[in-house]
Design a protein around this ligand. Structure first.
Ligand SMILES: *[C@@H]1O[C@H](CO)[C@@H](O)[C@H](O)[C@H]1NC(C)=O
Ligand SMILES: *[C@@H]1O[C@H](CO)[C@@H](O)[C@H](O)[C@H]1NC(C)=O
Length: 363
């Protein structure tokens, strides 16, 4: 009678072993950010920026940054990019998200940005042909000479801890008025999705405008090109810099402007996340990165974490047994609901039959 269950149990035991290695937290939302000096952060870090809700975390993308170590997570106190960076749009992006999202959700960010860099620096098949000004090399060296590679490395680690929810970009001053920029961004975005095994529809890219012409931005004309990106990347969203003041150099925003800019990135993201509710925690498996079983109550295997079922080709956690007195649940059979006719008794207990399936009869 139960032999088929035993066969399926054997067939799945091996793959159960591997699940213990994967435990990303579905409520840890991680964003990858890249670009040049504005993403790096060029604003003064002021008193109000020096404390942060610990639900907003940053990963150090460089080594030996004070006490911060490459690949380690910290409260997202600026600077987020490197030790020498300032306030940037990523700061108040994360702060706004954690302020708005349910408290179960944590937000993480990985910022890889090089002041002055051309978009070419992030082209994985072409960055080695980029020969920037000498002063930029120390910045690039902090990323092992390959900022794109560092971003992917951070992304891979992020996927083990949480869920990558989006990509933030601020770049374009160095490619001012170059009409091929949108397609180059598209190629980089697609490389990131491929290298990190992400789906475009689940991981949008948010791209901020440069200081506007009306604010005397030196590269304000580039915004007309940036605005065309969604026509080549359907999952891209442009973040307006309208009214955001510059610091006086024609390129960089003021700290108050970075704060508003970050909020604007967050507002667009929040709109995309509208339906985000914390992943339901009613069964043990969610914290291990597996959903609760929705349709099945059959136990396929039991380990030290709990009872596992399988659904749509995935492991799922079974909710607490509503009827613990019924022995058959553990064996993958429901409790008898409308019958008490014992058809068979074995070492497990008394069996009835209902709807063409075996069921356990309560003692
Ligand atoms: C832009 O520059 C012009 C000419 O120098 C000046 O009159 C104007 O006030 C500036 N606008 C802003 C927003 O700084
Ligand atoms: C038990 O009987 C009720 C009422 O007739 C019915 O709705 C339910 O589906 C039955 N359950 C099973 C497992 O047969």
């Amino acid at each position: 009678m139960k032999s088929f269950a035993i066969i399926s149990l054997l067939a799945t035991t091996l793959s159960v072993v591997s699940k213990t290695f994967a435990a990303p937290d579905p409520n840890f939302h991680i964003y990858l950010a890249f670009g040049q000096s504005n993403m790096y952060g060029s604003g003064d870090i002021e008193e109000q920026d020096k404390t942060v809700d610990s639900r907003f975390q940053m990963v150090s993308t460089v080594n030996d940054c004070g006490s911060r170590k490459l690949g380690t997570w910290y409260d997202a106190i600026p600077p987020l990019a490197t030790c020498d960076a300032g306030l940037g749009p990523a700061d108040y992006f994360g702060r706004t998200l954690v302020e708005t999202l349910p408290k179960e959700i944590k937000v993480g960010i990985a910022v890889v940005a090089v002041p002055g860099c051309d978009i070419q620096l992030f082209e994985k098949d072409n960055y080695q042909n980029y020969f920037p000004d000498d002063w930029m090399y120390p910045f690039i060296d902090e990323y092992g000479g390959n900022p794109y590679g560092r971003l992917v490395e951070m992304g891979k680690q992020a996927k083990e801890l949480g869920v990558i929810k989006g990509i933030l970009l601020h770049q374009g001053e160095t490619n001012n008025e170059q009409t091929d920029w949108p397609l180059r961004v598209k190629a980089i975005y697609e490389n990131l999705l491929t290298d990190l095994e992400l789906k475009a529809e689940e991981v949008p890219i948010l791209i901020g405008e440069l200081v506007q012409l009306s604010e005397n931005g030196t590269c304000g004309a580039m915004n007309a090109i940036i605005q065309t990106v969604p026509s080549v990347i359907p999952t891209a969203h442009v973040i307006s810099s309208e009214g955001l003041k510059q610091r006086g150099d024609g390129f960089h925003f003021t700290s108050p402007s970075y704060r508003v800019f970050g909020q604007r990135y967050a507002e667009v993201m929040l709109d995309l996340l509208k339906d985000t509710t914390p992943v339901n925690d009613e069964c043990f498996s969610v914290s291990l990165g597996y959903p609760c079983c929705q349709k099945t109550t059959k136990v396929v295997v039991v380990d030290e974490d709990g009872e596992w079922g399988a659904e749509d080709g995935n492991w799922c956690g079974l909710k607490a047994n509503p009827n613990p007195e019924c022995f058959s649940i553990k064996l993958g059979y429901p409790c008898c609901q409308n019958t008490s006719d014992v058809i068979l008794t074995d070492e497990d207990g008394k069996w009835g039959a209902e709807n063409g399936d075996w069921c356990g009869i309560n003692n």
